[in-house]
Design a protein around this ligand. Structure first.
Ligand SMILES: Cc1cc2nc3c(=O)[nH]c(=O)nc-3n(C[C@H](O)[C@H](O)[C@H](O)COP(=O)(O)OP(=O)(O)OC[C@H]3O[C@@H](n4cnc5c(N)ncnc54)[C@H](O)[C@@H]3O)c2cc1C
Length: 405
């Protein structure tokens, strides 16, 4: 190491990494171009967006958040959510896969420091561009993530686990998996741990297909997940902490950004429709122009909501107390509900702007794929379930007395 390298700060190192190559924005744009080119085919065939992820890997996008000392770019939550938005404008499935992967990576980064296996994981994600999948949904338990049926079985230095994983997006394509489980056979359903696994640590047997309305390229099939691995794959911190401090904030911020990207893509098509219609009628606005204004307004609301929550998280991301506060938890939980409803509303207005041209499955203004994809958002951890669970905490948190609170 020369003197110059020795005195570089982590921020300077990140800058110098990116100075040697394209910026994160350029890397995301290149990946989005590949994703957009295949989006219709990925949707039609319900297949994994291979080309988009080949480019993402070339551009080192999978490990952007990994700290510089482990080979990544040390990207911030602002950077990562912006990439989710950019990809969402191109191909919803690509964006959602990327969003889910980054949520798992965030758990490893934020709860794996100083743990040799977790640090190895970070290096593999940065160097080999490992793609990490997620297993939280189990059996008939739906979106009830805070209770697990399958338990970790301990035998000396190794552990095993068998899980009825109803849905694992891109499970067959992933290089690793992050899963929740009951701490031990005698533990309560809510006493959970998180495991970060390499592909060699588990096997998957397909149990369910993925023939869905939208998000078809996520290939979220069901599997019997069998784990047999060293005990160091378990995070020492209990899952309830990881859930509150990392899993929920990253999932909700990254998912919402991907959905906002879908909404933005639909608004772009609606705008092109209005422009074409106005041009061909001597500047006369088409009758559904008011729906375009409504689409722009709900997209603006959606973007403002996400930005406010990203800023709020960035301000307290290393402050355990603030992250656990009722105010923060309530806001970040409800972000998912609000963002998904606004994203659906935006796409609906965009489609109604274009009328039949938007409703058709062909033509330059078709919005069927956007609508089908965005309709996954209210059910991806069902909004009804979230609202029912949030009722008590919403009641307990005060009503702000000033706009600056
Ligand atoms: C595109 C996509 C990708 C996914 N990828 C993954 C993945 O990679 N890994 C993974 O583990 N999971 C994944 N999931 C599953 C997801 O995390 C949720 O578990 C799933 O969407 C919940 O499904 P559900 O609606 O059947 O379950 P539930 O949440 O049980 O909802 C079922 C029904 O019950 C109602 N309901 C439930 N609880 C309440 C309540 N308290 N009050 C009122 N009504 C209630 C709901 O409104 C709904 O109608 C994915 C889902 C989608 C859509």
């Amino acid at each position: 190491m020369n003197v110059r390298e020795a005195v570089l700060t982590v921020d300077e190192m990140q800058t110098s990494f990116l100075e040697q190559g394209p910026s994160l924005i350029e890397r995301a744009a290149r990946t989005a171009a590949a994703a957009a080119a295949d989006a219709d085919e990925v949707d039609r065939d319900a297949r994994f967006p291979h080309r988009a992820f080949d480019v993402a890997r070339e551009q080192k996008l999978l490990g952007v958040m990994i700290p510089v000392e482990f080979g990544g770019f040390g990207a911030s939550i602002h950077d990562v959510t912006d990439i989710c938005y950019t990809l969402g404008r191109a191909c919803a499935s690509t964006a959602m896969i990327y969003a889910m992967h980054q949520t798992k990576v965030a758990c490893v980064i934020r709860h794996g420091h100083g743990i040799p296996w977790m640090e190895t994981m970070m290096r593999r994600v940065a160097r080999d561009q490992w793609l990490l999948a997620s297993s939280t949904t189990e059996g008939q338990n739906g979106g009830n993530i805070r209770a697990s049926a399958a338990a970790v079985d301990h035998a000396g230095d190794t552990v095993s686990l068998v899980r009825d994983a109803t849905v694992i997006s891109y499970g067959a394509e992933a290089d690793g998996l992050v899963t929740i489980a009951r701490r031990a056979t005698e533990a309560a359903a809510s006493d959970q741990v998180l495991l970060a696994l390499a592909k060699d640590d588990y096997s998957l047997k397909r149990t369910l297909g993925w023939e869905t309305l939208g998000m078809r390229g996520t290939c979220s099939t069901g599997f019997e997940l069998k784990v047999d691995c060293p005990a160091d794959r378990i995070f020492p911190e209990s899952y309830d902490k990881i859930h509150a401090q990392t899993m929920t904030p990253f999932a909700h911020l990254c998912w919402s950004s991907a959905w906002a990207g879908i909404a933005a893509a639909a608004v772009t098509r609606a705008q092109a429709f209005i422009r074409k219609a106005a041009r061909s009628s001597g500047g006369q606005m088409p009758p559904a122009a008011a729906h375009f204004t409504a689409a722009k307004m709900s997209l603006a609301k959606l973007r403002a909501l996400i930005s406010a929550n990203i800023d709020a998280f960035a301000r307290v991301e290393h402050d355990e107390r603030a992250l656990s506060s009722l105010y923060f938890q309530s806001s970040i939980t409800l972000l998912k509900v609000q963002a998904s409803e606004l994203a659906v509303e935006t796409v609906m207005h965009a489609m109604r702007t274009a009328g039949l041209a938007g409703y058709r499955n062909d033509g330059e203004f078709t919005m069927g794929r956007h609508l089908r994809d965005v309709l996954s958002s209210p059910i991806m951890i069902n909004n009804d379930r979230i609202l029912a669970n949030a009722a008590t905490s919403t009641l307990m948190s005060g009503v702000p007395a000033s706009l600056r609170d």
